[in-house]
Design a protein around this ligand. Structure first.
Ligand code: HEC
Ligand code: HEC
Length: 307
């Protein structure tokens, strides 16, 4: 065989091989696509059945939060159609990820009638019911959730961080709703309502194990940076990089805290960078500042727990 022809033959057979490979990949992709669609169809049916057996009594036949038990709970079960979820790793106002929903369905929402399903539903059943409740909320049809905020490794707890957290709790106005001593009785706590007009309490930090979105350090971090959609508890993501000169009016502090406490607060602020210095920080340094302040605040909140 002449040299040129041999090359051609090689090329042709290679082309054939490549085409065959492409066809094989396409066939396989279609099969898996069909498989996924079929299995999600099955999961959705299964999810619906589990929903009817397990969730309907509270969340209602169409997920509107109006099940036969709903009125007697003292808490409004979530209306899934609204797409408002409190426990999310996604930014404020966004839809939750499947993992967020799995966490809530698994652990329940402590301090509310929303039960844990860790022992009562298998992991597959929890996934199936999540697929079903997502089908009740039009927002999920539009696409997948935004990525989670990143949650860094917790810093070690130190008395210095706890003391710093106390000042941050004051500067960031947590006390206005949650109270000077963290008992949920701050001046702005009266008459708080959720987005659906139901009365709601600012959390009492002296209570143990009643945090709706979980009480380990990372759960707190998530809640503080993403907020609780549908409730007056906002996201504080943008408030953590406060500057020495962010606070100019001390009247509210003077009404709520002793003169010595206001002095401590001013002393702490003096040691913080001013707005200009903050704006010169590298992204990494400003992220570190935010993280340190967040852990400090969290460790202070935890120090308020009654034994
Ligand atoms: C006994 C009543 C009850 C049952 C049963 C129940 N829930 Fe709930 N659920 C609630 C209440 C009440 C809330 C709202 C709590 C709050 O926000 O204070 C809630 C909230 C939720 C939320 C919102 C979570 C968030 O981040 O805001 C989801 C999701 C949810 N339930 C899913 C389910 C699923 C799935 C089932 C069945 C497997 C179920 N629930 C069974 C009462 C119930
Ligand atoms: C405008 C009032 C308001 C302010 C200000 C406020 N909160 Fe809240 N917070 C609430 C309400 C109301 C709830 C209860 C939400 C619920 O149960 O759905 C809450 C709940 C919480 C929870 C409980 C989360 C859970 O999983 O149950 C934490 C932690 C918390 N707040 C921390 C803070 C911190 C820290 C600050 C200051 C940086 C702060 N809050 C400022 C109103 C407020």
């Amino acid at each position: 065989m002449p040299f040129v022809q041999r090359i051609d033959a090689g090329l042709v057979s290679r082309r054939v091989a490549v085409s065959l490979l492409i066809v094989a990949i396409l066939v396989l992709a279609r099969r898996t696509g069909q498989g996924a669609a079929m299995s999600s169809g099955v999961d959705l049916e299964r999810g619906k059945k589990i929903y009817r057996q397990t969730c309907l009594e509270c969340h209602g036949p169409a997920g509107r939060g109006d099940g036969p038990k709903a009125k007697k709970l003292g808490f409004r079960p979530r209306d899934f159609k609204l797409g408002a979820f409190k426990c999310r790793c996604t930014p404020s106002g966004q839809l939750p990820t499947d993992d967020d929903l799995l966490r809530v369905v698994t652990r329940g929402m402590p301090g509310t009638p929303m039960p844990s399903h860790e022992k009562t539903l298998s992991l597959e059943d929890r996934h199936a019911v999540i697929l079903y409740i997502k089908s009740l909320s039009p927002g999920f049809a539009a696409g997948s959730a935004l990525p989670c905020i990143s949650i860094p490794d917790p810093l070690p707890v130190t008395p210095e961080l706890v003391a710093e957290g106390k000042q941050i709790y004051r500067i960031m106005s947590c006390w206005k709703c949650h109270g000077v001593a963290g008992r949920g009785d701050g001046p702005a706590s009266k008459g708080l309502k959720d987005d659906w007009g139901n009365p709601i309490n600012a959390y009492n930090f002296t209570l143990k194990g009643k945090l709706k979105c979980g009480g380990d350090a990372r759960d707190f971090y998530r809640t503080l940076h993403t907020g609780m959609t549908g409730s007056p508890m906002p996201s504080f993501d943008a408030a953590f990089p406060f500057a020495r000169d962010s606070v100019t009016n001390f009247t509210a502090f003077q009404g709520a805290f002793t003169a010595a406490e206001v002095q401590d607060l001013k002393g702490y602020l003096q040691r913080q960078p001013d707005k200009a210095a903050l704006s010169y920080l590298s992204p990494k340094a400003s992220q570190q500042l935010v993280e340190k302040r967040t852990w400090a605040l969290i460790y202070y909140l935890r120090s308020l727990l009654l034994p």
